[in-house]
Design a protein around this ligand. Structure first.
Ligand code: HEM
Length: 141
């Protein structure tokens, strides 16, 4: 594979780092947001932070990660590990979709979930990221 493939992979890894940074930070904002009164100045500040994190970082990074990933999938040949990875990143994208729904509930002051829910939810992208990176670096099968 020529340099082009390596440039696509480099952009892929940059996008993945940004996506994961946002996916690990957003649930933390939700944990703190639960602790302040709806309509308060602090709550309005959390709304701005959550909205910008999603719109400016998480959403674009996911799109670039998928675009580069699918391009490499088309250009390269891989062992069976790539399909386990594909399943994991599809679940991760579903978690992303759930975060978008949660952000909209907070935006409308309609969240009813406790902080504990977001603390546990925070671990889901973390675990998926760990499995994906081990798979893609070790390529075990
Ligand atoms: C969003 C959907 C994704 C698709 C379709 C995808 C697909 C791919 C493909 C085809 C490669 C090239 C593998 C190679 O050349 O050996 C790759 C590389 C890589 N991917 Fe993804 N990926 C996705 C998401 C992710 C995520 C979420 C992570 C990390 C959390 C990740 C981490 C990596 C890393 C570290 C590499 C470089 C591996 C190497 O240099 O051998 N990818 N990805």
């Amino acid at each position: 594979m020529g340099d082009l493939y390596l440039w696509i992979k480099a952009v892929h890894v940059i996008a993945v780092i940004s996506w994961m940074a946002g996916m690990l930070y957003l649930p933390r904002l939700f944990v703190y947001h639960v602790g302040v009164a709806p309509g308060s100045e602090a709550s309005e500040t959390f709304k701005v932070m959550e909205r910008r994190l999603l719109k400016v970082i998480i959403n674009p990074a996911m799109i670039v990660a998928w675009a580069c990933g699918l391009t490499m999938l088309y250009l390269g040949t891989f062992g069976a590990w790539i399909w386990v990875k594909f399943a994991l990143v599809t679940v991760l994208s579903g978690v992303h979709g759930h975060f978008v729904k949660l952000q909209r509930e907070f935006q409308r002051d309609e969240n009813t979930r406790p902080a504990k829910y977001f603390r546990i939810l925070n671990e889901v992208p973390t675990l998926i990221m760990i499995f994906v990176v081990i798979l893609v670096i070790l390529k075990p099968f």
